[in-house]
Design a protein around this ligand. Structure first.
Ligand SMILES: Cc1ncc(COP(=O)(O)O)c(C=O)c1O
Length: 381
């Protein structure tokens, strides 16, 4: 690992260890993004110009897809996928996971649809295909499984269920940049795959950004129209679109970061494997199952006395997170989803136990070692 990058000196001394540190990745690509920003400034084009067009082609190629369409953020990517599928009304119900960012559901609601939640599998915390199947009824219009924590969900089973029940299938891949399911690109399972480029993602920009990746040229054409107010390049709106375009500036950063994604994902995997080994026999911790397909967006374990552990780590300069502390069916915003406490027991239990430990590209092994030692110390005390 390149330890001479800014951000390392402090960490190598042992403390503190933030939950996320983007500086090393940003610094390691400085030359590339500065060159792109210079190109953008001299082009004088700041919206839907050459940087976005080039990034879209580069992203499609990297993810083995036909096309990619840059949009304003991941929530809009989800919204636009549903609009592109013709789902824009309350009677169109979309089933998604109860354990995900609230923005997954916000995208569904923004499209005009109703959101319904399914429980998760207790070992992986991915949306449970059997539980989702049991919730499909006449009003169900789409399934939206989430590839949570960088781990591909059981997308093959969701694709089968969508085909059998004639449902649209949107994939929330906002945490799974570069991941494939058993070696197959996500677009082989459905033509609508939504990504977020929020800064902390495996591929992030320096603000808000997102994309829809698709295997369908027709879908890409409709998405380009929908993201740009329903226009086709002129001043006439042909459909009721929204304004959600990836900025040229963000495309400059993304073009610099994309060639490093595979290396950064590998680095995340190495750190995750280190934690696996270092925490294997730690009493009080239980792993959340991961396969080799995971791009390790987050390192999540189940922890006894989770909140006390977080306080203990914070007092020693170690950051952590909880993804997520409240399952979505218990958020006041989604009160009308028809579920109450006790209805999705696996998601509810997990939300009380999970903790995300520090994980980011270039995290020094000494810092991961420090985290593991402090976790052991907590459970010994
Ligand atoms: C699983 C998931 N879905 C959707 C989103 C929404 O993405 P954004 O924040 O770019 O709107 C996020 C990110 O917050 C996410 O993690």
């Amino acid at each position: 690992m390149a330890k001479d990058l800014p951000g390392f000196a402090r960490l190598d001394s042992g403390m503190p260890v933030p939950a996320v540190n983007l500086r090393p990745a940003i610094e390691s690509t400085r030359g590339e993004w500065e060159r792109r920003l210079e190109e953008m400034l001299s082009s004088g084009q700041f919206v839907l110009g050459n940087q976005v067009r080039s990034f879209e082609s580069e992203l499609a190629e990297a993810f083995s897809a036909r096309e990619a369409v840059g949009v304003g953020n991941g929530t809009d990517a989800i919204q636009l996928c549903l609009r592109e599928a013709g789902l824009t009304e309350r009677r169109h119900e979309v089933i998604t996971s109860a354990l995900t960012a609230s923005f997954s559901a916000a995208g569904v609601v923004a499209a005009g649809c109703s959101v319904r939640f399914a429980d998760v599998l207790p070992d992986t915390l991915q949306m449970d295909p059997a539980d989702a199947a049991g919730r499909v009824h006449a009003g169900t219009a789409a399934l939206m499984p989430v590839h949570l924590y960088g781990q591909p969900c059981e997308i093959g089973r969701f694709a089968k269920l969508a085909r059998a029940s004639r449902l649209a299938l949107v994939q929330d891949a906002c945490q799974a940049h570069g991941a494939r399911f058993q070696g197959r690109p996500f677009t082989e399972f459905s033509s609508r795959v939504a990504y977020s480029f929020y800064p902390t993602k495996n591929l992030g920009c320096l603000g808000d950004g997102g994309a829809v990746v698709t295997g369908s040229a027709a879908a890409a054409r409709r998405l380009r129209e929908l993201r740009d107010g329903g226009r086709r390049g002129g001043q006439v709106s042909y459909t009721r679109g929204i304004n959600s375009r990836l900025d040229e500036m963000h495309a400059c950063y993304l073009r610099a970061f994309l060639p490093k994604l595979a290396e950064w994902n590998e680095d995340r995997r190495r750190t995750a494997a280190f934690y696996d080994e270092a925490l294997r026999d730690c009493p009080g911790l239980r792993p959340v199952k991961r396969t080799a397909d995971s791009v390790c967006h987050l390192y999540v374990v189940r922890a006894e006395r989770r909140d006390r552990l977080r306080e203990f780590l914070a007092a020693r300069g170690i950051g952590s997170g909880v993804h997520y502390p409240v399952p979505l069916h218990l958020h006041p915003a989604f009160r009308d989803c028809g579920l109450k406490r006790g209805d999705l027991p696996h998601a509810e239990r997990a939300s009380k136990e999970i903790i995300s430990l520090p994980l980011w590209p270039y995290l020094p092994e000494s810092a991961a070692h420090e985290v593991a030692c402090r976790v052991h110390e907590f459970y010994r005390s």
